[in-house]
Ligand binder design. Structure first.
Ligand SMILES: Cc1cc2nc3c(=O)[nH]c(=O)nc-3n(C[C@H](O)[C@H](O)[C@H](O)COP(=O)(O)OP(=O)(O)OC[C@H]3O[C@@H](n4cnc5c(N)ncnc54)[C@H](O)[C@@H]3O)c2cc1C
Length: 480
């Protein structure tokens, strides 16, 4: 069964129609086109692809002034939730894309799952633990994932755990979803089977270069193709580095404004179940937002969550530190000193004891542990627009941080940018000023938990960013 598109069929733009629209206007050129029309990449007359450089904001602004070709291809750099949603939605609008992602084991970015082989396989959701859906379009997509057996509702008990072991359940009025075999397996299955989308992985795009009206991509010195537009679907140091010499000063400026938290993750497997406090009114919890413990903000039991019918196997827990602890104990995440890793492990296990109200040193030693720093874990500020697009440079940004810090925010951002780019292509790039979005917004604080937002969950602080998201999306509904 072919997976259905992310966007409503009414908005889909068949490639053939796109071809006709562009062919009808070929040769007219854009307002900023420079030089005589030349034969383009696909051999059609009038598709001059010269790019001009104009000085602006520290870097030179690249200006693509030539008509958009009949069958454009977009490079999506980043195969997390936002990049995958963007590529899927582009395909649904009849636009080709190539998704580049660094993932060695699979797609998904922060939708990561770690599988540890041994006597018994240990499985840990390594970042995103579960998600909620508050937006209708995201809910429709989640319903499709449910139908395809990629996700299921997680009805296990979750709540807030105060230091000392006092647990308060969070009422489950809002459905919570998990990837059936962990988050990564959902990410790996998110793209529709379509010849409109190609995935290149593992691949780290290290350079962007405007050349002759196209974007050239490189992995170190290896050329990775030429594209009509680019999407930056990642953030942090990597994106700042990539953008710094790109000819996209406005995108660079917005990306540099983003502040990200750091969060330590401790994956630990225990031979015996952890002594979880429970009383007659509820059983043992499967996940808890931890309060008043510096080294711990979340603890989640992957074994109960993912394999509720399994018994007698080790219990696999994911523990996350607070953002404050992450900030104080930040080190280069690619090269964590052993002594730091050991200290963090001890601090976090002590935090577990403290949270559960156990005496110091009484927790059984785990049979497996791994610590990792999410150095660019979660956005702390947001422009509150669903995507960023620079029509002069034919480049955009999508990601969770555009409106919040959740899988839902990331997916919606990817969908919005795809829609925006498809609309821009339909306009043949002739009225660029109409398509500039998110280039100048100031960023404001993101509310939520240290591990992100869960729109609709009853424990949430007011979701300022979520409200902004709805406004921004209303503005972005396709007008074709
Ligand atoms: C510890 C933690 C816990 C979380 N828990 C939850 C949760 O329970 N629920 C929830 O909804 N959200 C949670 N989140 C947030 C959620 O994971 C993110 O909001 C979402 O996954 C972000 O998706 P994204 O596409 O914006 O970015 P990412 O997932 O970061 O994807 C970016 C991708 O781009 C790749 N990339 C980077 N640079 C390059 C390059 N140069 N070339 C090629 N590829 C590149 C990266 O490797 C990555 O795969 C959590 C996050 C963290 C860190």
């Amino acid at each position: 069964m072919p997976p259905s598109p992310l966007l409503a069929p009414a908005t889909a733009l068949p490639a053939a129609r796109l071809a006709r629209v562009v062919a009808a206007s070929s040769g007219s050129g854009g307002a900023t086109q420079r030089g005589p029309p030349r034969r383009g990449r696909r051999g059609k007359p009038g598709f001059s692809r010269q790019s001009a450089i104009k000085k602006s904001f520290h870097q030179e602004q690249v200006v693509f002034s030539t008509p958009v070709p009949a069958d454009p291809t977009v490079a999506v750099i980043g195969g997390g939730a936002s990049g995958l949603a963007c590529a899927s939605a582009l395909a649904a609008r009849g636009v080709r894309s190539v998704v580049f992602d660094t993932g060695m084991h699979g797609l998904g970015g922060r939708m990561a799952t770690r599988f540890v082989e041994g006597g018994e396989q240990l499985v840990f959701d390594h970042a995103a633990q579960f998600f909620t859906a508050s937006d209708e379009r995201f809910q429709r997509l989640v319903d499709e994932w449910l139908d395809r057996g990629l996700v299921r509702e997680w009805s296990g008990l979750i709540g807030e755990l105060e230091a000392g072991g006092r647990f308060k359940p969070i009422p489950s009025s809002t459905p919570r979803y998990i990837g059936v075999n962990g988050m990564r397996s959902l990410a790996d299955a998110m793209l529709p089977e379509s010849d409109m989308i190609k995935v290149v992985r593992p691949c780290w795009i290290s350079k962007l270069e405007p050349f002759n009206g196209l974007w050239r991509l490189f992995e170190n010195e290896k050329p990775r193709g030429e594209y009509d537009a680019i999407v930056i679907a990642h953030n942090g140091k990597c994106a700042n580095r990539l953008l710094s010499t790109s000819g996209l000063p406005l995108l660079t400026k917005q990306m540099k404004r983003l502040e990200l938290s750091s969060v330590w993750a401790l994956l630990a497997a225990f031979e015996d179940p952890l002594p979880i406090p429970h009383d007659d009114s509820h059983g043992a919890f499967e996940g808890a937002f931890v309060r008043d413990v510096d080294s711990l903000s979340w603890m989640g039991n992957n074994t109960l969550k993912l394999f509720p019918a399994q018994t007698g196997t080790p219990e696999c827990w994911t523990f996350f530190s607070t953002a404050a602890y992450g900030k104080r104990n930040k080190v280069p995440q690619e090269n964590i000193p052993k002594v730091t890793a050991e200290k963090v492990k001890e601090d976090m296990l002590e935090g577990v004891e403290h949270a559960l109200g156990l005496s110091k040193g009484s927790l059984h030693q785990p049979i497996y542990t791994r610590v990792q720093l999410w150095g660019a874990a979660l956005p702390m500020n947001t422009p509150g627009v669903s995507c960023i697009f620079d029509p002069l440079g034919r480049a955009g940004i999508c990601g969770d941080w555009l409106t919040g810090s959740s899988i839902e925010a990331a997916v919606l951002s990817g969908m919005s940018l795809a829609n925006h780019i498809a609309n821009y292509f339909m306009s043949q790039g002739e009225r660029p000023e109409e398509f500039a979005i998110g280039l100048h917004e100031n960023l404001s604080q993101v509310e939520g938990h240290d591990i992100g937002q869960f729109p609709g969950l009853d424990s949430q602080k007011p979701q300022v960013a979520q409200a902004k998201l709805l406004v921004a999306q209303a503005q972005l509904m396709p007008s074709i």
